[in-house]
Design a protein around this ligand. Structure first.
Ligand code: PGA
Length: 250
C-alpha cells in the first residue's frame, strides 16, 4: 500500500500471444505459484482467449480484462468488441488507448476517451494507456503529450480508472525508463490528475509504469512514490517472471 492507501495493481498484457491450451496451462501454474500477494492482479489476453482464461482464473483473486473496447454497445462494427461482450466473457478491466492500438489502428485521443466512457457504462474499469514517442521525448514534449492524452481520455469523466504510463520507446525494446525518469512522469501525472479529477481522486487512482518492466528492474521502479504497479508485456508471458514482478510490489 502507498501512504495514500493505493493498493498496487499489476496487469499482464499478453498482446497477440498464446493459444487456448497454453493460456489454460499458464493460468494453472500462475494461480498456484502466485500465492498471497499485496497487489491486485489482472491478465489481459486477446479476445478469443477471454472465456478460457476467465474460466481458468475463476475462484482465484486474479482478474482479467480485454485489450480494447468499442464505444458502442452493439452494431455493425466488424472486428470490434463491445463492453457487454467483455463483461459476458468474464472481464472486469479493459485497456484503453494502448500505444499499439494508437499506432496500428490510428486511435485518436478522443476515441480513447469514448472507450473509457464506454467501459464505465458497462461496469468495466478502464486502464488508460498513455506515453510519448522517442521523438517527442527528445523534443522535450513529454509533458505536453501526456497532458493532452490524459486530458482527452478523461474528458467524459470516467471514474474509477487507472492510468498506465508507457513511454513508447521503452515498450518491447528492453529499454526501461530509469526510476527517476519514470517518477518524474508519474509525479507530473499525479499533479495533472489533481487538476482533472480533484485531489482526493488523484491520490486514490493508480498510475502504473509500462515499458520493459522485468523482475530485475521492478523493485527500484516500484520504490518510487508515484509508481503504483506495472503493465507488463513480454515478461508477463512467462508465469515465473510475471510472479517475480508482482512480488516486487509489496
Ligand atoms: P513490454 O510491453 O513490457 O513488452 O515492454 C508493455 C506494454 O506494451 O504494455
Amino acid at each position: 500500500m502507498s501512504p495514500d492507501g493505493r493498493r498496487p495493481l499489476v496487469g499482464g498484457n499478453w498482446k497477440m500471444h498464446m493459444l487456448r491450451g497454453e493460456a489454460e496451462e499458464y493460468c494453472r501454474s500462475f494461480v498456484t505459484g502466485l500465492g498471497d500477494v499485496a497487489a491486485e492482479v489482472a491478465l489481459f489476453p486477446s479476445h478469443p482467449l477471454l472465456p478460457a482464461v476467465a474460466g481458468a482464473l475463476a475462484g482465484s483473486p486474479v482478474g482479467c480484462g480485454g485489450q480494447d473496447i468499442h464505444p458502442e454497445e452493439k452494431g455493425a462494427h466488424t472486428g470490434d468488441v463491445s463492453g457487454p461482450q467483455l463483461v459476458d466473457a468474464g472481464c472486469s478491466w479493459v485497456l484503453c488507448g494502448h500505444s499499439e492500438r494508437r499506432q496500428d489502428h490510428g486511435e485518436s485521443d478522443e476515441l480513447v476517451g469514448q472507450k473509457a466512457d464506454a467501459a464505465i457504462r458497462h461496469g468495466l474499469a478502464p486502464l488508460i494507456c498513455i506515453g510519448e514517442t522517442l521523438e517527442e521525448r527528445q523534443a522535450n514534449r513529454t509533458f505536453e503529450v501526456l497532458e493532452r492524452q490524459l486530458g482527452r481520455a478523461l474528458a467524459g469523466r470516467p471514474d474509477p480508472f487507472a492510468v498506465a504510463y508507457e513511454p513508447i520507446w521503452a515498450i518491447g525494446t528492453g529499454e526501461t525508463a530509469t526510476p527517476e525518469m519514470a517518477q518524474e512522469a508519474h509525479g507530473f501525472l499525479r499533479e495533472l490528475l489533481a487538476d482533472l479529477v480533484g485531489d482526493e481522486a488523484a491520490a486514490a487512482r493508480r498510475i502504473l509504469y509500462g515499458g520493459s518492466a522485468k523482475p530485475g528492474n521492478a523493485a527500484e521502479l516500484f520504490a518510487q512514490p508515484d509508481i503504483d504497479g506495472f503493465l507488463v508485456g513480454g515478461a508477463s508471458l512467462d508465469p515465473e517472471s510475471f510472479i517475480a514482478i508482482i512480488r516486487c510490489c509489496g
